[in-house]
Write a protein that binds this ligand. Sequence first.
Ligand SMILES: NC(=O)c1ccc[n+]([C@@H]2O[C@H](COP(=O)([O-])OP(=O)(O)OC[C@H]3O[C@@H](n4cnc5c(N)ncnc54)[C@H](OP(=O)(O)O)[C@@H]3O)[C@@H](O)[C@H]2O)c1
Length: 284
Amino acid sequence: MNDSEIFIVGANGQLGTALRAQYPGSQFADIGELDITKADSVSGFDWSGIKYVLNAAAFTNVDGAETPEGRVASWKVNASAVANLARVCLEHDMTLLHISSDYVFDGTVQPHTEDEPFSPLSVYGQSKAAGDLVAALAPKHYILRATWVIGEGKNFVRTMLDLAGRGISPTVVGDQIGRLTFTSELVRIIDHLLTSDAKYGTYNATNSGQPASWADITRQIFTLGGFPDLTVTDTTTAEYFAGKEGIAPRPLGSIMSLDKLATTGFQSRDWQDDLKEYIKKEQA
Ligand SMILES: NC(=O)c1ccc[n+]([C@@H]2O[C@H](COP(=O)([O-])OP(=O)(O)OC[C@H]3O[C@@H](n4cnc5c(N)ncnc54)[C@H](OP(=O)(O)O)[C@@H]3O)[C@@H](O)[C@H]2O)c1
């Protein structure tokens, strides 16, 4: 695989940024250069020489998607735009690599396997589920289901380090259980799938390791970050959001089975190892 055969969509997001670093010779665009919600722009784009379309674009504001405008935007980017990409991949014999989410499930079945039926709770989850359905119409497709993505951008680890830096001992949700997915791990998975002869289809794609709650992860962040005096108080998702308007329902169980990914020969990294490295870089 040659970098110049790769096209990254949504190149300025957390994953898009990591993909550009991995494939410096790739072509890329964010919404300013190519708005994937515009069917004509996508079909009229010059795709010559491209073999792999990596879709890192998404509407990721989970609560924002519950508003009237957000609902439209979420469906446009997470579903209709994916159909535009799937169509162009079919027409030009390109591989579509698309990123999905644990939010396509209600979180009651644990761990999630790739063939679990959809059961999204929120508008974001519904739009992502629709995106999975249309991405699968590209004959050559990989759909990767990530959870709790951490990379370059606004994310949970940065928010907690910021609170710690200001000496705040937070109350954090303790009943959502899952694992972090570092963009470095997601990029390793993407590179592995594209360069091995892994079968097309859907794969869960998170870091491995002991599943944990957001509160547990915060304790780990404070320990690794050198804030031993700060405490973390557990709360429930229901208590945390009580009385707040416009909050999207969240799945409580976000543990993804990594068995299918392992069958392709991929060796996952423990989220705690990647968290250690991430915090070291943040504090350098
Ligand atoms: N973040 C998580 O915790 C999480 C968890 C599970 C799965 N995922 C999935 O993982 C993938 C990557 O997430 P991320 O955290 O890297 O997202 P992100 O940081 O929000 O990046 C998404 C990017 O897509 C761009 N974009 C939005 N609309 C577009 C359009 N119409 N055309 C082209 N680009 C557009 C955004 O640009 P603007 O910023 O200008 O809007 C942004 O640069 C997504 O598919 C997401 O659903 C994320």
